[in-house]
Design a protein around this ligand. Structure first.
Ligand SMILES: [Ca+2]
Ligand SMILES: [Ca+2]
Length: 208
């Protein structure tokens, strides 16, 4: 494999976001790509108080619709505290499109989480369709602490308005939104985000 350093046209990062102490939310890892990539490896470094949600000993990482159907992702917490992720598919087909989330991380903030803090993405290696390896630049994202969870604030900007309806519908259609507050979106607290919550949110926005 040939290593090519810092190709500016390709970028892999987490958009900045806000999270409230005690909250669980979904954050996207976004790939902007000029090349056709089929696989990657990266290290995610979270600040104190933030962790990836675990289910049955597995970290909850979801692949998006940009992935080929046989794409898989595995992850392991390393001794240095970084969560290493490796994603690949046996059919060696590329991610579709050139912009958007490829992995959704389910993140949880402890009750004592205090922001702002930084999230690092390091050692991001991407493999092209012809087997070339490209090292993408190290990225740092900013996470702000939201004072409190607000029902209906699905995009976590502290307000409840039309943008939250858009984010909720986007989430229902695609299963992802660049930073999505699932607990705020679950308007009726039944553990699911669906059309019932959308209806309640629309009513809330209309009534002010
Ligand atoms: Ca909002
Ligand atoms: Ca619900």
């Amino acid at each position: 494999m040939v290593a090519i350093n810092l190709v500016a046209a390709n970028r892999f990062y987490l958009p900045d976001f806000t999270i409230a102490p005690g909250e669980t939310m979904q954050v996207a890892m976004v790939l902007e790509n000029d090349e056709q990539f089929t696989a990657f490896q990266t290290d995610l470094l979270l600040p104190d108080g933030l962790s990836v949600v675990e289910d049955d000993g597995e970290f909850l990482l979801d692949l998006t619709g940009r992935n080929p159907s046989d794409q898989t992702i595995i992850s392991k917490l390393r001794d240095d505290g970084a969560l290493r992720m490796v994603s690949f598919c046996l059919s060696v087909r590329p991610y579709t499109g050139n912009q958007g989330p490829i992995v959704i991380i389910n993140l949880h903030a402890d009750e004592n989480f205090t922001g702002p803090a930084n999230i690092g993405l390091k050692y991001s290696f991407f493999a092209t369709i012809d087997g070339t390896q490209i090292i993408l630049p190290e990225e740092s994202s900013n996470v702000q602490q939201l004072a409190q969870q607000i029902k209906g604030d699905t995009n976590g900007d502290g307000l409840v308005n039309i943008s939250d309806i858009t984010a909720l519908i986007n989430y229902m259609l695609t299963g992802c939104s660049s930073s999505f507050h699932t607990e705020n979106a679950d308007m009726n607290d039944d553990g699911n985000v669906n059309i019932t919550d959308a209806t309640m949110l629309i009513t809330l926005v209309i009534q002010g």
